[in-house]
Design a binder for this molecule. Structure first.
Ligand code: PXP
Length: 250
């Protein structure tokens, strides 16, 4: 059964809307773990738009399970990760204009830098995952760069289930994106990689992806925090974990 990583950046985004001290993403991490989260994921962006250095430090001291730091290949952030030593880093592309991470990392284009950063992090005991589109060349390049894991970008699937332009979902398009993810999963496993998935997954669309055997973990943020506004974070996390764990059995 795949685990659940809860992305708590969205709690920090609410805090930063008022430049105040609440809600605290570190508190959110504790609530998420009490709700059954297997992993806490945070993204320390170069522009510190949500999570900041204080959060990263306290998360490291507070989180009892796995801590996953999303980050770009920027050297300042690499240095912080080398000192912080989370269990895992997820290398992602970062673009100042974006609302959230757009598209997977182009590991083929950044092969040399990826190999360098991965080696330095592995040397201090940090697992390295690359956030990639379900494209075989990117998956093989991640393996060649020394990554231990990949996170397959589920955003294309998510957009097919809830088209951004408000049009009705097309089942054939959804099926095609599921097939791409299944093929990517197989390519990752065949290359000896741990395979995670994430981005845009919701209570409504997670099941068909969670039903594919072989994923190690799903990283989910926005949908869980959105539900937590009404249900509380512990319950929101427990509900998502339940959906994931039942998906393969059903
Ligand atoms: N995985 C990665 C690499 C991400 O960048 C994000 C968004 O921060 C997520 C998963 C979670 O996406 P969402 O908030 O849409 O669930």
């Amino acid at each position: 059964m795949a685990g659940l990583g809860v992305n708590i950046d969205h709690v920090a985004t609410i805090r930063q809307a008022r430049r105040t001290v609440e809600p605290d993403p570190v508190w959110a991490a504790v609530e998420a773990e009490l709700g059954g989260a297997d992993c806490i994921t945070f993204h320390l962006r170069k522009d510190r738009r949500h999570i900041n250095d204080r959060d990263a430090r306290l998360l490291k001291q507070t989180v009892r399970g796995k801590l996953n730091m999303e980050m770009s290949l920027d050297e300042e952030i690499v240095q912080i990760a080398l000192e912080l030593k989370p269990h895992q880093v997820s290398l992602v592309p970062e673009n100042r204009q974006e609302i959230t991470t757009e598209g997977g990392l182009d590991v083929v284009a950044h092969a040399e830098r990826m190999a360098d950063v991965t080696r330095r992090l592995a040397d201090v005991g940090v697992l390295v995952s690359a956030f990639v589109d379900p494209v075989p060349e990117q998956i093989l390049a991640s393996s060649a760069a020394g990554c231990h894991a990949i996170e397959l970008h589920t955003g294309t699937y998510a957009n097919a289930t809830l088209p951004l332009d408000g049009s009705n979902p097309v089942q054939a398009e959804i099926d095609r994106t599921i097939e791409d993810l299944a093929t990517g999963l197989k390519a990752g496993l065949d290359a000896g990689l741990i395979v995670h998935g994430g981005h845009g997954l919701t209570y409504q669309n997670v099941k068909p992806i969670a039903a594919i055997e072989g994923f190690d973990e799903f990283n989910i943020g926005h949908s869980i925090i959105a539900r937590a506004v009404f249900a509380g974070l512990q319950d929101a996390v427990a509900e998502m974990k339940n959906l994931i764990s039942l998906a393969i059995v059903e």
